[in-house]
Design a protein around this ligand. Structure first.
Ligand code: FES
Ligand SMILES: [Fe+2]
Length: 351
């Protein structure tokens, strides 16, 4: 298969070619090279009572994991019984051990096999292979992430946000709602649209009246980026929303968006469901009810539908035999360029 090279100099670079989005083998390969090696958001710590089942990369890798909370930490183990593959915990619940409802195998909360009926005569049993594999897990400001084979510590992905969001009220966030959007397009087309504010004046007329387009900035980090939108309304509350900041749009490669507004955080997870189907899950965490509905984070539904319409039209456009790839605006598409380079390098390393 061809390797994708994206020039590090954005002034010379061309985008990922259409075949990346169109050929099913690239889709499959990206799931392993990018998604299986990334951190994925699970939930907030305070949503886990004790046992919390979760599917990593629902709709693509579909890996069942079980988040377990003890007094002060959260860890994850595989949620698949090591006997014949039964799902262990199907609903959030409480328990001081994990018991399989198929044939009664029992595990401790850290995944060690405790007992199994009718196995007295089995040889070399139990062995380590009968324990539940541990899944790398980490938390940041109460947000729990897990990954199958993450390539760098979670801290590396989120440290830049800690600096930019200094003073943000992470402590009091509570889940106010979840919404799912279905998009008929490749997941990367959705992400790369998110990663530039270039289209705001053309696609989002209402948002463009709130955001001062000329002051919109994008900062790039190792596996993340931060876009900052400022408006003309003046201070929007406590830090980091003084000085007219309307929204901080933080992207964690490959598919997690942390959008910080004066009212709270919209965590948007982009879930691939096929090479031209994507589900976008909006998790709304509120810390200041009085500010809900105002500013750049006020009418997210309108902005989302406007974005989806262009992304779906691009999905149709890249099928054209006349379109192979394009060029970047060196001043406005640094986030998209950075994202394409991370994909190209992940696929290159995976070969
Ligand atoms: S599959 Fe779990 S005990 Fe048999
Ligand atoms: Fe947009």
């Amino acid at each position: 298969m061809t390797r994708f090279e994206i020039d590090s100099d954005i002034r010379k670079a061309s985008t990922l070619p259409a075949e990346f989005y169109l050929r099913p083998e690239w889709y499959e390969r990206t799931l392993e090279a990018v998604f299986a090696r990334s951190w994925q958001f699970v939930c907030r710590e305070n949503e886990i009572d004790n046992l919390f089942p979760h599917t990593l990369c629902e709709g693509s890798l579909d890996e069942p994991v079980l988040a377990v909370r003890d007094s002060d930490s959260v860890s994850c183990v595989s949620n698949v019984c090591t006997h014949r593959g039964m799902l262990l915990v199907e609903e959030p619940c409480r328990g001081d051990l994990i018991r399989c409802r198929y044939h009664g195998r029992r595990f401790s909360l850290d995944g060690r096999l405790l007992s199994m009926p009718e196995f007295e005569e089995a040889e070399d049993f139990p062995s380590e292979a009968d324990d539940l594999p541990e899944i790398p897990t980490d938390s940041w400001n109460g947000f729990v992430f897990a990954g199958l084979d993450p390539q760098a510590p979670l801290e590396d992905h989120l440290e830049p946000l800690a600096a930019a969001a200094d003073g943000f009220d992470f402590e009091n966030l509570r889940l106010a709602g979840t919404r799912d959007y279905e998009v008929e397009a490749h997941w990367a087309l959705y992400c790369e649209n998110y990663l530039e504010g270039f289209h705001i004046p053309y696609v989002h007329p209402e948002l463009n009246r709130i955001v001062e387009y000329s002051t919109y900035t994008t900062e790039l980090f190792g596996r993340s980026s931060l876009q900052t939108a400022r408006g003309a309304r003046g201070p929007n509350g406590r830090p980091p929303f003084e000085d007219g900041v309307e929204g901080l749009y933080y992207f964690i490669f490959p598919n997690t968006m942390f959008n910080l507004y004066p009212w709270g955080v919209s965590v948007n997870i982009v879930l691939p469901k096929g090479s031209s189907r994507t589900q976008v899950r909006y998790l709304t965490y509120v810390c200041d009810e009085s500010r809900v509905g105002s500013g750049a984070g006020g009418d997210l539904d309108t902005v989302e539908l406007q974005d989806q319409a262009v992304v779906e039209a691009v999905q149709k456009g890249i099928h054209s035999r006349f379109y192979q790839k394009g060029r970047y605006s060196p001043s406005k598409e640094t986030g998209t360029h950075h994202f394409h380079r991370l994909i190209a390098s992940a696929l290159g390393e995976f070969e």
